[in-house]
Design a protein around this ligand. Sequence first.
Ligand code: SF4
Ligand code: SF4
Length: 469
Amino acid sequence: MEKKNISRRSFLKIFGAGSVTAVATLAGCKGGNKAGVQAAEEYKNQVEPPIGKMTYRENPKTKEKVSVLGYGMMRLPTKVNNSDEFDQEMINKQIDYAIEHGMNYFDTSPVYCQGKSERCTGIALHRHKRSEYFVATKLSNFNRDYWAADKAKEMYHNSMKELQVEYLDYYLLHAVGGSMEEFKGRYVDNGMMDYLLKEREAGRIRNLGFSFHGKQKVFDEVIALHDKYHWDFVQIELNYLDWDYANEISNNNVDASYLYAELYKRGIPAVIMEPLLGGRLANLPQYLAAELKSHAPERSVASWAFRYAGTPEGVLTVLSGMTYMEHLKDNLLSYCPLVPLSDDEMRYLDKEIAQKIVGLENIPCNDCKYCMPCPYGIDIPAIFVHYNKCKNEGSLPMGVGDAEYRKHRRQYLISLDRVVPRNRQPDHCIGCHQCEPHCPQSIRITRELHKISDMIESLKRDPLGERTV
Ligand code: SF4
Ligand code: SF4
């Protein structure tokens, strides 16, 4: 990949940096009531975020003020642990609280939450004045059936119906980046781009953009279409690990430093997704968390990542999926107001800490669930998240040479059974590869699952650790 067009130093020059004060926050985004109980325990001494202190960024086109913290509606609270029965009462309550604290950007998609996110979001937002919020949704026509113009238009109009709005504030072509052939099939050859441009002219789409996961070549070609389409905004993955290491971790990803620079030089606002990499930057191994704590004991691990994502001036808003009220409050504490990171802090994160995280060699799963559902029931993200967690905690059983092999073996097998039902574990993967094209991190899912399955098989056969796992 062509090396970054913007160095970290010029990044700092471009953005400048403010002074630093303590901001305590923490967030993570796991669904389910069990996690909710844990969240409640973890945050029992949580302070209330202040009202009237939200930081806003200006949309250069509309001049509207957008809250720097945006609500990602992809991991909504459910009534029963990990069910698909969403808790509308709680969603309403959390959206009311977010709006009361100055948040005004809500991001959803027809495919989030088993297709129910738009409806839940619409019900909650409709109880507020239309002028109090901006709603963003997407043309998520991944399935080839929806490449046909009539089906794609149906998806677009259905979004407005579900959201109970007459116009969309932000509309995105969802997950551009696989190939130009796909881009053309989904948006150009079927006339959808022309249609959406007319919808923008008519005011039913106020800002038109795309979200990106994928190859630099595709990004370059699509961003070059700015002259023709005038992208009003682009959604990218930006955090201190992806800034310089996204491409090193996966050949199919592009460093955030490159993406950001390309947007910045064209004056296109960036909407940020994955500031915490699906919680990975909040759940660092203990020794790394302790290192961050030693620099600023009053700050949480996650607050570093949130402030990193919000510091660049070309960022319009940072999306965070907030399943529980505790997450919402803690995220608000990072952005009410946002205190930008200093030059030294930026460097410390995207050089020192990021390099150490890369060295962990985790499976780069951010729990986005785009690969789900697996037709054979495998809970892909839960298996990867559990594996990474054990690895980072140093409790992965390593066979010969692992002094605590027996303890680690037992812990691994028991904890896996707790988080993933037996019939959803990796040994049930038939290797059909259907999940892989959907993974924005380009993880070779089948290969990783089979590696974990082999490891589990060894653990079961080898209780004393006499063979190497
Ligand atoms: S490869 Fe395995 S995990 Fe992926 S869809 Fe097929 S059975 Fe499911
Ligand atoms: S394997 Fe890929 S698609 Fe599936 S949850 Fe992880 S990052 Fe997302």
